[in-house]
Design a protein around this ligand. Structure first.
Ligand code: MG
Length: 188
């Protein structure tokens, strides 16, 4: 190829191809948020773990596992695949009382079909009660198993809402999550 053959159009095409290749090799990140109200007479399931609670369990169509729901939304967001309500609508009877770990597994499978693997997830649970700290190790292990990644790539943190607002009044519990994913082999 002579130098004169490198037209602006060709240079543009080469740059676009390099950009696409670099983008395919980069991890992508997503965020998720969920909140559920406390209700008496239900277990308090968080990240798949039944947490002893003196403020009741979480109200919802499924098992209302806010931590797992936030992780699902973070993963779907990273892949730009929509949100949990799109995949598992709360109007669908098949998800009534569903184990959210099952939903997370289905989400991992969906991303896997597009070649996505989870790099890591980081979750913050926001609640005055129940006490989360004693259950963090079990939560990490549980999520890591379903995500099919080592436990040291799953982080669970907990904080209170400093008695502010609805969470501060112990009316419910919220969770935020961040997830990074990468395409196996770096193919677009
Ligand atoms: Mg939810």
């Amino acid at each position: 190829m002579t130098q004169s053959a490198l037209t602006p159009e060709l240079l543009d095409a080469v740059n676009r191809a390099v950009d696409a290749r670099l983008a395919a090799m980069m991890p992508r990140v997503g965020i998720g948020y969920d909140i559920h109200r406390f209700i008496e007479g239900r277990p308090c399931i968080l990240a798949g773990v039944d947490v002893p609670s003196d403020v009741g369990g979480l109200e919802g169509h499924s098992d209302a596992d806010a931590a797992t729901h936030a992780v699902i939304d973070a993963l779907l967001g990273a892949a730009a695949l929509g949100d949990i309500g799109h995949f598992f609508p709360d109007t669908d009877p098949q998800w009534k009382g569903a184990d959210s770990l099952h939903l997370l597994g289905a989400c991992v499978d969906r991303l896997g079909r597009d070649g996505w693997r989870t790099v890591n997830v980081d979750v913050t649970i926001i609640a005055e009660r129940p006490k989360i700290a004693p259950h963090i190790a079990a939560m990490r292990e549980t999520l890591a198993r379903v995500l099919q990644i080592p436990g040291d790539r799953v982080s669970i943190k907990a904080t209170t809402n400093e008695k502010l607002g609805a969470l501060g009044r112990r009316e419910g519990l919220a969770a935020v999550a961040c997830a990074a994913i990468i395409r196996q082999g770096g193919h677009a």
